[in-house]
Design a protein around this ligand. Structure first.
Ligand code: ATP
Ligand code: MG
Length: 324
């Protein structure tokens, strides 16, 4: 049976990029015949040195969004990374299978080290990500395109471990949807939409009001040509809007282009805003209905399942390494 792992940082409010690039695929996979682990990776978010109160709120809110998103909980295990200490333990073991140069080449390290300063957590967190994936021996990792490089590193680490100590890990594959795998900021379409950026007008949060969504789309940055055409190089803003519409409606980019070919930019922006409002509304409503105690009991039960899986892998690894 296929095993799926993916994570999300509690680094702020969940946004449309997280939903279309990752969580949407989690929902789909959770209805397949697979074992799914979806993790709130709070240890990763420590790299940005968050405020304690907002981190706590973010962990709970992110769990609620996952529960509200339609993930089939019957074959999915949703838990918080710091509750399962084996993640950090495996990360240490795997750090011996990773070169410093590889970590320094990571685009996210280069980008994030500018905003947060350079501490070693920012450099080594891709190893923790490898541990997150490998601890459950996942073969499939549904993530957005910004994680391609990290997943490649995970594959290399798994391969090196296997070559030295026997075939313990499957080599995981990345999966993403045809569209929506990399949503850009509505205000700065050259930057990806991000939880941890302070670009609130360029980011659509899952619980934005209808008015705020319309306002953000109306003021989204496009170009001066008035042609609805997917062209990432010269029309990143319009391409982003086409991407959003196509991801929500599960249509091809070309189809969306055709559907709106005679539209003016203003009307197209409103059509995309409307699609987004309809998509987010049920998630935001469900989110409000989920109580804190529902979250607590779901997490407690799920953690037990995650622990069984992690302990099994760790015991195999310890035997392979001779530290059992
Ligand atoms: P941060 O800015 O703190 O890194 P983030 O918005 O990048 O937050 P993550 O928690 O790092 O979100 O990522 C969670 C998942 O969402 C990952 O699978 C990631 O690939 C995906 N994701 C993040 N941003 C986007 C985006 N703009 N478009 C599509 N997918 C995205
Ligand atoms: Mg990120």
């Amino acid at each position: 049976m296929k095993t799926v792992f993916s994570g999300i940082q509690p680094s702020g409010l969940v946004h449309l990029g997280n939903l279309l690039g990752a969580i949407n695929n989690w929902v789909k996979l959770s209805n397949d015949e697979s074992k799914n682990y979806f993790c709130i990776v709070d240890l990763h978010s420590l790299t940005a040195m968050p405020d304690k109160t907002s981190l706590k709120t973010s962990i709970r809110d992110t769990l609620k969004v996952l529960m509200a998103s339609g993930i089939n909980m019957k074959n999915s295990v949703i838990y918080v990374q710091s509750d399962l200490k084996e993640h950090a333990y495996l990360s240490w073991i795997l750090s011996n299978f990773c070169q410093v140069g590889e970590l320094q080449r990571m685009t996210q390290f280069k980008e994030k080290s500018n905003s947060f300063g350079t501490h070693s957590g920012l450099l080594t967190y891709p190893i923790l990500m490898a541990a997150d994936i490998l601890i459950h021996k996942a073969n499939e990792v549904p993530v957005g395109d910004d994680q391609t490089q990290h997943l490649e590193l995970t594959r290399n680490i798994a391969d090196r471990f296997n070559n030295n100590y026997g075939d313990i890990f499957p080599i995981p594959e990345k999966t993403s949807g045809k569209s929506g795998a990399r949503l850009m900021s509505l205000r700065h379409p050259e930057n990806k939409m991000s939880k941890s950026s302070d670009d609130i007008n360029g980011t659509i949060y899952f619980n934005d009001s209808k008015d705020s969504i319309i306002k953000k789309f109306k003021s989204s940055v496009t170009d001066s040509h008035n042609e609805i055409k997917y062209d990432l190089e010269s029309k990143p803003g319009i391409s982003n809007l086409i991407e959003i519409y196509s991801a929500i409606n599960a249509t091809e980019l070309k189809e969306t282009e055709k559907q709106f070919q005679d539209f003016r930019y203003g009307d197209f922006k409103l059509a995309v805003a409307e699609t987004v409002i309809n998509y987010l509304e049920p998630i935001a409503e469900k989110f409000e209905e989920i109580s804190d105690s529902e979250v607590d009991s779901a997490v407690e039960n799920n953690l037990k399942l995650a622990k069984v899986s992690a302990e099994l892998t760790i015991s195999e690894i310890e035997t392979a390494l001779g530290i059992d």
